[in-house]
Design a protein around this ligand. Structure first.
Ligand code: NAP
Length: 230
């Protein structure tokens, strides 16, 4: 039996593989039509996961933007937006960040065992702090989410999180959007870091779809037999 949610990795990157610039200002990689596509994918999921650095640097709300999609979720007995999930060892997360203060939806923060007391003091009751073992692994998080009824998980980065999901072979789908420009600064965050990936020169990832969306291109890779064609 599968003990983890259907897991979809979603990300935008520059032509040279960066997720962001190295400056403080957030870099817009995609366009409005693609943001709307991402919104529809969000609305179809039970939970959205990002790393703590993304919460700190981008301050995302991680909510479904379209009121029609929110209404449709509510009519199905769901919260207007999916559950929000992050993880941290250091616990340096601002309780006033949009992640915690926006949206009528559950928020979970996974931590390694040693960090749980300090993170709980800082973030509860704004979020539920979950002991994810020592060390914390993405597999453990996926299993716990499955126990909580999460069937579809959307992973929205950043690079450290994508690297861990991919190297642990926990992704069923990769939705990669390529923006038509270069960042050209090795101080910026890459789509993935170093690691041993199940997809390499000997085992090429099946490309399931290529879609032009204005000036960006969406590449959808089927990373497991569970891949769902939409
Ligand atoms: N283009 C896109 O689609 C997109 C999407 C999202 C993000 N981004 C960009 O990606 C960048 C952030 O990526 P990033 O790789 O630096 O960081 P990240 O993946 O967002 O978060 C990394 C942080 O998550 C926590 N974490 C990760 N794995 C952990 C583990 N196994 N155990 C405990 N804690 C763990 C740690 O938090 P603590 O340090 O708190 O312990 C770690 O520093 C930003 O520049 C953002 O703009 C781009």
């Amino acid at each position: 039996m599968v003990d983890r949610p259907y897991t979809l990795l979603s990300c935008g990157m520059s032509l040279d593989g960066y997720l962001d610039s190295a400056t403080i200002a957030r870099l817009q990689l995609s366009n409005d039509a693609d943001f709307d596509r991402v919104d529809a994918v969000r609305a179809s999921c039970d939970a959205i996961l990002v790393g703590a650095n993304t919460v700190r640097t981008d301050n995302p709300r991680l909510l479904v933007r379209s009121s029609e999609r929110r209404r449709e979720r509510v009519s199905r007995g769901l919260a207007p937006s999916p559950m929000k999930i992050t993880m941290t060892a250091r616990g340096d997360l601002d309780p006033w960040a949009n992640f915690f203060t926006t949206g009528d939806t559950a928020k979970l923060v996974y931590c390694p065992t040693a960090s749980v007391p300090a993170v709980s003091r800082r973030l509860e009751p704004l979020a539920t702090v979950v002991d994810a073992g020592q060390p914390l692994t993405m597999r453990r998080i996926c299993e716990d989410l499955s126990d909580r009824g999460v069937q579809r998980l959307m992973v929205e980065g950043g690079g450290s999180i994508h690297t861990q999901f991919l190297t642990a072979d926990l992704a069923d789908e990769l939705d990669l959007v390529v923006a038509p420009f270069f960042v050209g600064d090795s101080q910026a965050c890459r789509f993935v870091g170093d690691g041993e990936f199940p997809w390499n020169a000997q085992r090429r990832a099946p490309l399931a779809e290529v879609r032009q969306i204005g000036d960006v291109v969406l590449l959808r890779y089927a990373l497991s037999p569970r891949f769902e064609m939409r």
